[in-house]
Each structure stands twice: as C-alpha cells, then as structure tokens.
Design a protein around this ligand. Structure first.
Ligand SMILES: [Zn+2]
Length: 262
C-alpha cells in the first residue's frame, strides 16, 4: 500500500463551527495559509473561482451510505461516493468558491462549505474546461417547495449573474415546471421560451437545455410576452405571465395570480 504523507497548508476561519450549522451552498470565509506557503498564492487573483480541497476533520470515516439529509431526509440512501456528504473513508472536502481577494497569506472566498478550523490541503484554479453545460446529476429533490425554489434561484443566479425581474420570473416558472415534471436538467425535457433574453438565459441555465446535441431549447425574442412551454413524453405545460408585475409581486404572489398555467 502507498503511504500518503499530507499536512495542511492552512486553516479555514469561519464563524460556523459545526458541520450541521453550515448552510447549503456554504458561506463566506477566510483561508489562512501558513506563512511559508504565501508565495504559492502568486497569480491566484487572475481567477474568479477556485477549488478548495480540505480535510473534514469532524467527519465519521466508517460510513459508506448516507441520505442527503440537509436537502431531503425522505430520499433513498446513496453511496458516499455518489454524493458529497462529508462522511466518507477519506473525508476530503471539495468546494468550488468565488475568490474575493488575496491579502498576504489570507485568501477571502464566498461559498465555502467547511467549518472554522478545517485543515486546508490544497487550492487550485477553476479552468474554463472544468465547465460541463449539461451534466447528468443525481436528482436530490428539495423536501419543500420553498427549498426547491431556493435551489433553483441559486442555480439561476450562478448562470445569469444578476437578479433582474425576468430572472425572478424564470425562477418562479421553473419551480412550477419542476413540480410537474421533476428534474429539469433531463435529456428528454424540451423547453421553449418566448420573451426577453434575460428570461431565456435564466431558463436555459436552470434547465441546461441546449439548442443542439440534443436540441432541447427553442427561443423567440419577444418584448411583449413572457412565456415558457415545457414538454416531455407527450405532456405539455405552458406558463404565461399575466401582466407586468413589481419585483415584490414576482416574489410573493401565488402562482395563479402571476401566471396562466395550462
Ligand atoms: Zn437579466
């Protein structure tokens, strides 16, 4: 057997102390490197996003199957290699974070899924060819509608980059479609958008539907309409915005008040 000799290059500074208290999607944190590694950060600021590999020192190492409990404890078990649960034989944490800045031996990040005191093993830049636009992923369905909508919103924001009114409308539409069809990033779910480029971009980011290979996405740029049509196995769902609404209404009105759904 190969003997592996690892020692931390630094530690996580975070107000979150217990893994159970870590919100989904992580939170802002500082990685403080040992001073002797500071020069290894040279050039890191050219990257907007970086991978953090850490060691989940509080994780059990004798667990091979888990439920995605934070998202939905009602789902079936998965093997730990099929999820990113922190319990695993070698509890290596893998977190894709946004880099906010570097100052000396400190790295400021957003979205780190590791508690304060977690040893950091490595830092690597995120590369363009790490991106896979339409991956197949496990469908870890959020337990409540509210949680599912929150997950869709986060996903949409990462893709679209701004929380504009049409992005929020797209999130509401996608939440309705998910209730109807289940997983939206699914190779036989077709999507047609009639509306603004912001709505189309949001829906494309959420559904991962492409124009080709396979052709799942269809778009007509229309300034006076916001409509999405979803289709799978002969079932069709049309969601059409009723009127122009304020940002507050888009967030809080009931589905039937915002949309014609048929
Ligand atoms: Zn926009």
């Amino acid at each position: 057997m190969v003997n592996i000799d690892l020692s931390p290059v630094g530690y996580v500074l975070s107000p979150v102390e217990e893994p159970g208290d870590m919100p989904l999607g992580g939170r802002d944190a500082v990685i403080e490197l040992m001073p002797e590694y500071a020069e290894a950060l040279q050039g890191l600021e050219e990257s907007s996003n970086i991978w953090i590999l850490s060691w989940f020192h509080k994780a059990p190492r004798d667990v091979l199957k888990v439920k995605p409990g934070k998202v939905n404890p009602d789902l079936p078990e998965y093997g730990v290699f099929a999820l990113r649960a922190y319990a695993r034989p070698n509890p290596i944490g893998l977190s894709l974070v946004k880099l906010e800045g570097v100052d000396g031996n400190r790295v400021y990040v957003l979205g780190l899924d590791a508690v304060g005191g977690t040893p950091v093993l490595d830092i690597k830049p995120y590369f363009e060819n790490d991106t896979i636009f339409s991956p197949l992923t496990p469908y870890v369905r959020g337990k409540s509608r509210e949680m599912r909508r929150g997950m869709i919103r986060k996903h949409a924001l990462v893709h679209h980059g701004e929380e504009c009114p049409d992005m929020l409308i797209g999130v509401r539409m996608a939440a309705i479609a998910e209730d109807y069809f289940g997983q939206l990033n699914c190779s036989d779910l077709m999507v047609k958008v009639q509306g603004s480029p912001c709505l189309a971009d949001t829906i494309q980011g959420i559904s991962r539907a492409r124009f080709a290979n396979p052709p799942r996405f269809n778009y007509s740029n229309m300034s006076d309409r916001s409509e999405t049509i979803w289709a799978k196995n002969g079932r069709v769902l049309t969601i059409c915005l009723k009127d122009v609404f304020s940002r507050e209404d888009i967030n809080y009105l009931a589905d039937e008040d915002l949309f014609y759904i048929f």
